[in-house]
Design a protein around this ligand. Structure first.
Ligand code: HEC
Length: 218
């Protein structure tokens, strides 16, 4: 009985084994110029969206997402506790004050921010004659803001000034997201300084006039 005898290996089995080994070995070879097939490329390579591009997965289609409500940013951007209401404006006037110890460095920083963000409307000297307000080349000039030397703006409390720069006011845009509180104070300091110089010059002129009036021969 031959049944239990192991059958002889077929003649081709050696060749088949070699072919399988070659296939296995060659599958490890991968020339960079010709990458292999990918069966689920989306899983290997997620779709990248441009930061400010369109992303259809969000209802507003903006790839850049707003922060979660109530987020408190780290660093110099602190929450502003005066509400955007007439009452908030009034209480800022009463309870919001410039930090103590503002110095000449703050003044020059204030001038720097002012020149970049404010002078186009308010004018470099604060006389409401900025380049988009008073400019013969501008076809549709911007309505002039108040001069900083108008009675009510001269008397505007620094807290209200901060408030209006932070939230904006009517035709003036909000700068609360552009300038941090320290920078806003530097700008307020610079504007108040312009006003002080103006008041000093008015006072000096008045004094000179009264001196001439009391001594007309000179
Ligand atoms: C696009 C023009 C424009 C720019 C830029 C601008 N302002 Fe104004 N600003 C105005 C106008 C207009 C008003 C008058 C708002 C009102 O009372 O209706 C105003 C009002 C103000 C007031 C008075 C606010 C109040 O409470 O009555 C201050 C102070 C002021 N601006 C400072 C600044 C500073 C500082 C900057 C720069 C950070 C700036 N503005 C940038 C147009 C501008």
């Amino acid at each position: 009985m031959n049944f239990l005898r192991t059958p002889p290996l077929p003649a081709c089995s050696g060749g088949a084994l070699l072919a399988v080994l070659m296939l296995v070995a060659s599958s490890c070879y991968y020339p960079r110029s010709k990458p292999g097939w990918e069966y689920m490329p989306d899983m290997a390579h997620g779709t990248a969206y441009e930061t400010y591009g369109v992303n259809p997965h969000f209802p507003d289609s903006m790839a850049s997402r707003p922060t979660v409500p109530g987020t408190i940013p780290r660093g110099p951007y602190m929450p502003f506790h005066f509400s955007k209401t007439p009452e908030g404006y009034d209480s800022a006037g009463k309870y919001l004050f410039m930090p103590a110890g503002m110095d000449t460095q703050d003044l020059s920083a204030g001038k720097h921010h002012y020149t970049i963000y404010c002078a186009v409307c308010h004018g470099s000297g604060g006389k409401a004659n900025g380049s988009i307000v008073e400019n013969p080349n501008v076809v549709n000039p911007y309505p002039p803001p108040p001069s900083y030397f108008r009675e009510d703006i001269l008397n505007l409390p620094e807290g209200k000034m901060f408030y209006s720069i932070h939230y904006g006011k009517n035709l003036m845009g909000a700068y609360g997201k552009v300038l941090n509180p320290e920078e806003i104070w530097q700008v307020v300091f610079y504007v108040k300084n312009m006003q002080k110089h103006y008041l000093d010059s008015v006072q000096a002129a008045a004094a000179a006039q009264s001196a001439t009036a009391s001594n007309p021969q000179r």
